[in-house]
Design a protein. Structure first.
Length: 80
């Protein structure tokens, strides 16, 4: 789906309400902007984390290559 979003003179833009609702974005919610060769990609924080986890699993070659497993190991290694 392609939607035109206008940018105000001070650089702000508004995501349409139906898109915010579908993505679970509430007032004050955050999105991540990624500049690519093809243009700009907006992702919710949840989408970005899921994407990062999928990439990490692909390269880690380990079935438990999740962010949670990584943080648990870091805490154990640091004695927390």
């Amino acid at each position: 789906m392609t939607v035109q979003v206008n940018i105000t003179p001070n650089g702000r833009m508004s995501l349409p309400a139906n898109i915010r609702k579908r993505l679970g974005l509430e007032s004050g919610g955050a999105v991540l902007l990624e500049e690519t060769d093809d243009g700009v990609v907006l992702r919710t924080v949840h989408q970005a984390v899921a994407r990062a986890q999928a990439i990490a699993k692909k390269y880690a070659g380990h079935p438990d290559a999740s962010v949670d497993a990584f943080l648990t190991k870091r805490r154990t290694d640091s004695g927390e």
